[in-house]
Design a binder for this molecule. Sequence first.
Ligand SMILES: Cc1cc2nc3c(=O)[nH]c(=O)nc-3n(C[C@H](O)[C@H](O)[C@H](O)COP(=O)(O)OP(=O)(O)OC[C@H]3O[C@@H](n4cnc5c(N)ncnc54)[C@H](O)[C@@H]3O)c2cc1C
Length: 562
Amino acid sequence: MITAEELRQVQIFECLEEPERQRLAQKAADVRLSPGDWLIREGETSSFYVILEGRLGLSKDILGRVQEFTQYEYKGGDFFGEVPILLGTPSLVSLKAITDCRIARFDRQQFQALIRDSEKCSAMIMQKMNERLGRVQQFAAETPPSRVLIVGSQYDLDCRDIRTFLSMNRIPYEWLDRDNEFDRIPTCMPANLQGPAVVVDRAFWVPQPPTVRKVAEALGLRTMPTKQHYDVVVIGGGPAGLAAAVYGASEGLCVLLVERNAAGGQAGTSSRIENYLGFPNGISGDELTERAVRQAGQFGAEMVLTREVGNIESMSMPDGGPGYCVELDGGDRVTSKTVILATGVDWRRLEANGVDRLIGRGVLYGAARTESPTVIGKDVFIVGGGNSAGQAAMFFSSYARSVTIVVRGAGLELSMSQYLIGQIAGKRNITIEPFTQVVSVNGEDHLESICTTTSGEAPRTRKADALFVLIGADASTDWLPATLQRDERGYVCTGRDVSDLPSWDGKRTPFLLETNLPGFFCAGDVRHDSIKRVSSGVGEGSMAIAFVHQYLALDSPRLRAN
Ligand SMILES: Cc1cc2nc3c(=O)[nH]c(=O)nc-3n(C[C@H](O)[C@H](O)[C@H](O)COP(=O)(O)OP(=O)(O)OC[C@H]3O[C@@H](n4cnc5c(N)ncnc54)[C@H](O)[C@@H]3O)c2cc1C
C-alpha cells in the first residue's frame, strides 16, 4: 500500500497539504512491475502514473515497427499519462519496466481532482504536457510518411496484390503509377525494369519480381512457423480465426495461425462495420483487424502471413496420441493435436463474357479500399445487392463520379440492411438498376465498357472504368481431406450434423463445432449453417477454443504441446 510519506518524497506531491496527500495515498493503486512487464501499451486507455522506484523504457509503433526511445527513460519522481487523459486519446506510446518498479496509479477522476484542487500541481503537469506535445510535433515532422514505395501500373496484378496486402496490414505505402507519374519515379530505379518495383524503408529493393511474400519478409512480418508442434493450428485469419488465436493464446495454448494473405479476411475489406457490438459509430474492417492482430500478438499467438494451407492429414503424434499434419504451400509442415478451420468463403464468380480476361484490369472481386485512388472521378459499377455491395457503393461514392448498383432482383429491400438503403438514398451519385444483369465486359488492355440487359429492354453498352463484383460467396474446401464431411455446397458440417454419420466413431458426442474428424474444429463462414456475420465468426472462433480445451482434457497428459 502506498503511504502519504512515500508520496511526499515525489516532487509533484511536495506542494500538497498533508491531508490531501493522505487522501491521494488511500486512493492510489500500488503497481509493482518486474523487468520486461508492460505498464501501458500504445493504444490503451491511460491512467495517471507516478513512478516511485525503478526505471521504465518508452517505445512507439512507427509505421508498423516498434521503435525504442532510450533517450526518454522514466525514473523515480517522473509522471506519465496526463497527455492522453487531457486530450481524451489512447496512450500514444508504450512503457515497459527496465528494472523492478513501483508505481502509484491514479484513475482519471483522482487526476482531475488533483489539477482542480492544487494550482502548483496543475502548473507542473501543464508544463510537462507542453514539453511532451512539443516532442510529438517534432516527431510528426521527422517521421517519414511511409515505409514502402511501390512503382507499378494500375493494372499490374502483382502491384495490386502488394498494395492490397499493405493496406490490409495497415502499413503505409506510397504508390507511383508508372504510366501516369513517371516524373516522380526515383532516378535510382533501373530504366529497363519490367513490372512493379518495391523499396522498403528507403533502402532495401525487394528482389525482382516482387511478390506479396517477399514484401512481407522485407518488412519483417513472419512467414514461417517457428515451432514444429502446436496445441492448435488455426487456418484463416478472418474474424473467426483471429478470435480463436486471441482466446487460445490468452488461455495458455500454443497457437499457430496461418493466413494465405493478410489478416482480416472479408471483414478486413469492409469500409465500415456498423453492427459490431461496442462500436456505436461503426469500425472499419482494417481497424478491427489491426486491434485483433495486436491482441493476438500480445498474448503470444504465432501468426504466419502469405502462407496457404494446402493439405491436412490425420497422423499419430510421437507420443502415440492422435493429431494432424498441416502442410503449407512450398511443403513446410507442422503438427498439431487440434485444428480450427476458419477459412471463410471466396467471392462467387460472375458469369459474363470477357470477365476472366479483365480480372484485376478493371474487373474486381470484392471492394478493396486500396482501389479508392483508382476510381477518382470515374464511372464505377457494382454488381450485387447485399450489404457488402451497399458498403462498397457508399465508400466509392466519395471518390467516383458515378456509382451504379446493378441488381438482378426488384431492388435492395430483400437483400440489404435498411440502414444502408437509407444511406444510399441520400447519395446523389449512386444509381440503382433493378432487374439488370451484366452480359459482357469489354476492353483491350483494361476494362472500357460493360454491356447489360434489363428485363424487356435491348442490351445496352456503356463506358465503365471499374466493375466490382459482390454477388455472394462460396466455400472453397476441395483441398480438405476427402473424409471431412461437407454439405452439397462445400460448407463443413459440425456437431449434431456429424454425430450420426458412419464416419464419426460414436464413442462420444462431437463437440458443437467439431467436424467428423476428432479434434478438427470449424468456425465462421465456412461452417455449414453458420450465420455470416463478424460477431458470429468471433463468437464461434472463441467457442472453438473452449472445445479444444475440452478435447485436450479427454486425454490431457498426451495431448498437450511441450
Ligand atoms: C465487403 C464486406 C462487408 C461486410 N460487412 C459486414 C458487416 O458490416 N457486418 C457483419 O457482421 N458482417 C459483414 N460482412 C461479413 C463478414 O465479414 C464475414 O461474415 C466474416 O468476415 C466471416 O469471418 P470468417 O473468419 O469466418 O471468414 P473470412 O473473413 O472470410 O476469413 C477467412 C480467412 O481465411 C483465409 N484463408 C482461406 N483459405 C485459406 C487457406 N487454405 N490457408 C490459409 N488461409 C486461408 C482467407 O484469406 C481469409 O483471410 C462483410 C463482408 C464483406 C465482404
